[in-house]
Design a protein around this ligand. Structure first.
Ligand code: SAH
Ligand code: MG
Length: 208
């Protein structure tokens, strides 16, 4: 987003949020960008979503800020890395959001779906970028009719649209996976999807 708008957009600046942001920067944890998170929160507000499933907790940065919007909001979030899960738990405790956020330590592609709720209003996909089609297909059955699936990092720091040659083979493979997801999503007739250049590029897909 351009710097002018970035300055006008007001992200949360609570002590804990600032602390989590600093931690994420130092430890290189890819937390959601301000604009993307502001937009996601607004979507949640507009659609009155209260049952939210997040794939990719990291340190709990996005889930805490979503939970803090309203006490009626409940977030289930899945994280596969044990170490970062403990950091998230501690942050949730500090935010006093324990009753609103359930963190599952598991690989989202393997977690027993019976542990989760039967239905969610919104599913937020923000984990391993190469697996987005798999995440989508695995969890879409838990989405209520006309519920939303929001996917993050679809521009991948601008690398998805760059014309420059990418030297790293792994990076090239990842970028082509993200492109594959974007095109798959765009053609998916069960959803009405809007791709937005907000934050690192997000897609909002409404189940028809
Ligand atoms: N949503 C967070 C950021 C998540 S970063 C925020 O904005 O604050 C992505 C996280 O997804 C990482 O912590 C990574 O360990 C986790 N992850 C990646 N693949 C996963 C998988 N298959 N199952 C569960 N978690 C996964
Ligand atoms: Mg992200």
């Amino acid at each position: 987003m351009n710097d002018y708008f970035a300055k006008l957009n007001k992200a949360s600046s609570s002590k804990l949020v600032i602390k989590m942001k600093q931690y994420a920067m130092i430890q290189k944890v890819p937390i959601m960008q301000d604009e993307g998170l502001l937009y996601l929160k607004q979507l949640i507000h507009f659609t009155e979503a209260t049952r939210i499933l997040e794939i990719g907790t990291a340190i709990g940065y996005s889930s805490i800020q979503i939970a803090e919007m309203d006490s009626s909001i409940h977030v289930d979030t899945i994280e596969r890395e044990e170490n970062i899960y403990h950091v998230a738990l501690e942050n949730v405790k500090q935010a006093k959001c324990e009753s609103q956020i359930r963190i599952f330590v598991a690989d989202a592609l393997e977690i027993d779906l019976n542990l989760l709720e039967k239905q969610y209003d919104l599913i937020f996909i923000d984990a391993a970028k190469a697996q987005y089609i798999k995440f989508f297909e695995r969890f879409e059955g838990l989405l209520r009719p006309h519920g939303l699936i929001v996917s993050d990092n679809l521009l991948f720091h601008g690398l998805v649209t760059t014309t420059e040659k990418i030297e790293s083979r792994n990076l090239r493979a990842l970028i082509s996976k993200i492109k594959e997801y974007n095109e798959w999503l765009s053609k998916n007739k069960k959803y009405q999807t809007t791709f937005l250049s907000i934050g690192d590029g997000i897609a909002v897909s409404e189940k028809c």
